[in-house]
Design a binder for this molecule. Structure first.
Ligand SMILES: Nc1nc2c(ncn2[C@@H]2O[C@H](COP(=O)(O)OP(=O)(O)O)[C@@H](OP(=O)(O)OP(=O)(O)O)[C@H]2O)c(=O)[nH]1
Ligand SMILES: [Mn+2]
Length: 179
C-alpha cells in the first residue's frame, strides 16, 4: 500500500475517534464523521485534488471546532501544514454566533489556497445536505438564510477550484441566491 494511503487511514481514524459520539442534526442522527469524510471525498472525486495535506485537513476540519482536539495536537501528529489549514477553517467558538458568521465572510478572501479548497468543499457538502433533508428544528427561512450567508462566504473563495464553484453556483441559482 502506498505511504499516502497509510497516512490517510491514520487521519480518518483519528477524526472518527474524535467525532465518535457526535451525530449530524438530521432526523436519522447520521454519524458526524460522514461529513468530514464526505468533504474530503468531494475534494478528491469532484475537485480533482491530490494534495494529501488538503485531504487530511478536510478529514480533520471540524475536530478543533467541535471536539477536544487542539491545534498543537494536530501539529504534533500530522505536521505544521495540516494544522495550519485546520486552524484557518476553525471558527472562534468564544465569539457569539452572529460574529462568527460575519468573520467567515470577512476572512474567506484572505485565507490560503489550501484553506479555501476545504471551505468550498465544506459549504458544498452542507448545502447538499440541506437539500437532502432539513436539520431538526430548522425552519425553511433558516435554511434559506444559510444559503444566503454561504453565498457571501463563497464569493470570497472564488477563483480557487472551477468544478466545485460550478456546483455551488448551481445550488445558489436553484435557491434564487445571487453569487
Ligand atoms: N446541513 C446540515 N448541517 C449540519 C447537520 N448536522 C450538523 N451540521 C453542521 O451545522 C453547521 C451549520 O449550522 P449552523 O447553525 O449554521 O452552525 P452551528 O453548528 O455553529 O450552530 C455546519 O457546521 P460546519 O461544518 O462547521 O460549517 P459552517 O456552516 O459553520 O461553516 C454543519 O456541518 C445536518 O444535518 N445538515
Ligand atoms: Mn464542516
Amino acid at each position: 500500500m502506498s505511504s499516502e494511503s497509510v497516512i490517510l487511514l491514520e487521519t480518518v481514524n483519528f477524526a472518527a475517534e474524535k467525532h465518535r459520539n457526535q451525530r449530524r442534526k438530521d432526523a436519522e442522527q447520521t454519524p458526524y464523521i460522514n461529513h468530514p469524510i464526505g468533504v474530503a471525498r468531494i475534494l478528491s472525486h469532484e475537485g480533482g485534488i491530490t494534495d494529501i495535506e488538503v485531504l487530511q485537513a478536510a478529514l480533520l476540519h471540524d475536530t478543533v471546532e467541535d471536539t477536544d482536539t487542539s491545534i498543537g495536537e494536530l501539529q504534533a501528529i500530522f505536521g505544521q501544514t495540516v494544522a495550519r489549514i485546520v486552524q484557518e477553517v476553525t471558527d472562534n467558538k468564544a465569539l457569539p454566533k452572529q460574529e462568527r458568521k460575519r468573520q467567515q465572510v470577512a476572512h474567506a478572501p484572505h485565507s490560503s489556497h489550501q484553506a479555501k479548497l476545504v471551505k468550498l468543499a465544506d459549504k458544498l457538502y452542507n448545502l447538499r445536505d440541506l437539500n437532502r433533508c432539513t436539520p431538526t428544528g430548522w425552519s425553511a427561512e433558516r435554511v434559506q438564510e444559510y444559503f444566503v450567508w454561504s453565498a457571501q462566504v463563497v464569493r470570497g473563495l472564488r477563483g480557487t477550484n472551477p468544478a466545485l464553484e460550478r456546483h455551488l453556483e448551481e445550488l445558489f441559482k436553484q435557491r434564487g441566491v445571487e453569487l
